[in-house]
Design a protein around this ligand. Structure first.
Ligand SMILES: NC(=O)c1ccc[n+]([C@@H]2O[C@H](COP(=O)([O-])OP(=O)(O)OC[C@H]3O[C@@H](n4cnc5c(N)ncnc54)[C@H](O)[C@@H]3O)[C@@H](O)[C@H]2O)c1
Length: 464
């Protein structure tokens, strides 16, 4: 099939590349000329594991193209995916100007080129309930007839950054929101190669499809937030959230995933999608109480480490050197949008701390935000030199089994605030670290020289 993907960001680029991998001919469009230039010249603008191999192969074989020109992409394309930003507006609602603006451009072009034939416009962006109807109305306002000349489909994306290619190639489910049998058939044909193992393609109406995406993200954000609240309470009652997590995760109604306590959720999706759903509810006269609580608790949770560090040093952080490991909002991505680490950096800078940071992939994106206000270390150990404490903000694998002796030598104080619960609290104390984590006991340091350092690991996180 011939496809156009409008918006070549984290979702659009993965979508286009994976469709090309299945033999489709794909044109990716973006208004960011620099990004398109890079892509045309064989350079990926984002870090996403597994993407490069598919990107290179499909470009080489002529199935994957990049352009800044919408007009160039439209004539041949049978299905046009919108993978455009839907950032939060001032009031928390999703800003639809990108989606509706591009829909308008496509409709105008199609009205002027009736010979181009039937096309399906697919909303892959996360958009509020009713957006497919609004897009259809735009096309109708140009005199175009639904089901004959065009159809609008809602096809929300559930990929997770960091495992996006894997998720796209083997989705647990595909949601297709359309009441047009013609569009449903084309979309099913397109997605069948991705669900050969029997995962379902669910066809439903547009509004239910749009709601499914928000319900999924809001539920996941709630699940994480619930666990963060349990962790906070564990600290106060002397329980260990790791044990509680295992204890409840074995209940199949609860499940093991997404139960890891930490420093709050971030990223380009959960915060904005929870806000947008709350806004949708409010605009329909419904007070969606849980969502308000999730947003409030998460805001608080993202500052937990800042408050803890400030409390430890009696609010005296002015000029104090602190190290941060992990800047991306989660491991295996360079994405720093709404990253808890950035909230923490801002909080510590407000206190006057001097920060030395390291992340395997997100340094450049962090530099674009903080410029010279912080120091960028060239490696994880360099970040520690002379620091009075280490804060761990992202659970990259390489932080899980570090050289603890080296860390102790480099740090001015053997003090760690771990926002991701990477290490075993008691073992850390035995190695002489003062170690604070989330929802778990704190043990006073008492060095035990016979300890095997490599055993000092908890069973690792599995959630992406
Ligand atoms: N990132 C995720 O993990 C994820 C997962 C599921 C759904 N989503 C949703 O997918 C949508 C896109 O998210 P993303 O993370 O890929 O965003 P992104 O910011 O990475 O990418 C959007 C791209 O659209 C381009 N763009 C903006 N206006 C344009 C225009 N007029 N014409 C062509 N290109 C234009 C931008 O330059 C950018 O490259 C959002 O609605 C998001 O909520 C994201």
């Amino acid at each position: 099939m011939k496809l156009a993907i409008i918006g070549t960001g984290y979702v659009g680029l993965v979508t286009g590349t994976c469709f090309a991998e299945m033999g489709n001919e794909v044109v990716c469009v973006d208004i960011d000329a620099q990004k398109v230039d890079k892509l045309k010249n064989g350079k990926l603008p984002i870090f996403e594991p597994g993407l490069e191999i598919f990107y290179e192969r499909n470009r080489r074989e002529g199935r994957l193209h990049f352009t800044t020109s919408l007009e160039e992409a439209l004539p041949e394309s049978e299905v046009i995916f919108l993978a455009l930003p839907t950032p939060p507006g001032e009031d928390g609602s999703a800003d639809l100007s990108y989606v509706l603006g591009v829909a308008q451009q496509i409709a105008a072009w199609m009205a002027a080129h009736p010979e181009a034939g039937y096309k399906i416009i697919v909303n892959k962006s996360t958009v509020p309930v009713g957006t497919a109807d609004r897009v259809r109305e735009i096309f109708e306002s140009y005199g175009l007839r639904a089901s004959e000349q065009f159809d609008v489909v809602s096809n929300p994306e559930f990929l997770r950054e960091g495992v996006a290619v894997e998720d796209f190639m083997k989705p647990e489910r595909v949601i297709i929101g359309t009441r047009s049998p013609r569009a449903a058939e084309v979309m099913t044909l397109l997605y069948e190669p991705f669900v050969r193992q029997g995962n379902p393609i669910l066809v439903m109406d547009e509004r239910s499809s749009e709601m499914t995406k928000y319900a999924a993200n809001a539920f996941l954000a709630t699940k994480i937030t619930f666990m963060n609240e349990i962790a906070n309470l564990c600290e106060r009652v002397g329980a260990n959230v790791d044990d509680v997590r295992r204890g409840i995760g074995l209940d199949s109604r609860i499940g093991k995933q997404f139960l890891y306590a930490g420093i709050g959720f971030g990223g380009s999706c959960f915060p904005k999608d929870v806000k947008a759903l709350a806004h949708t509810a409010a605009s329909h006269g419904y007070h969606f109480q849980i969502l308000q609580a999730v947003l409030e608790v998460n805001e608080r949770q993202r500052r937990v480490l800042v408050e803890r560090v400030a409390h430890y040093f009696n609010q005296q952080l002015q000029g104090r050197r602190l190290a941060i490991w992990g800047l991306a909002f989660k491991p295996n991505t360079d994405d720093v949008r709404e990253a808890p680490a950035h909230v923490i950096i801002r909080g510590l800078l407000d206190y006057g701390a001097e920060l030395s940071v390291f992340d395997p992939e997100a340094m450049e994106n962090t530099r674009a935000v903080f410029g010279d206000a912080i120091r960028y270390a060239s490696g994880m150990y360099e970040a520690l030199e002379g620091a009075e404490a280490l804060l761990i903000c992202t659970e990259w694998n390489e932080f899980r089994r570090p050289d603890f002796q080296r860390m102790r030598q480099l740090l001015a104080r053997p003090l760690i605030f771990d926002g991701r619960n990477l290490y075993h609290p008691e073992r850390m104390a035995q190695m002489g670290f003062e170690y604070y984590s989330i929802g778990r006991p704190h043990y006073p340091p008492h060095v035990n020289p016979s300890l095997d350092l490599l055993e000092n690991i908890t069973d690792g996180k599995v959630d992406a």
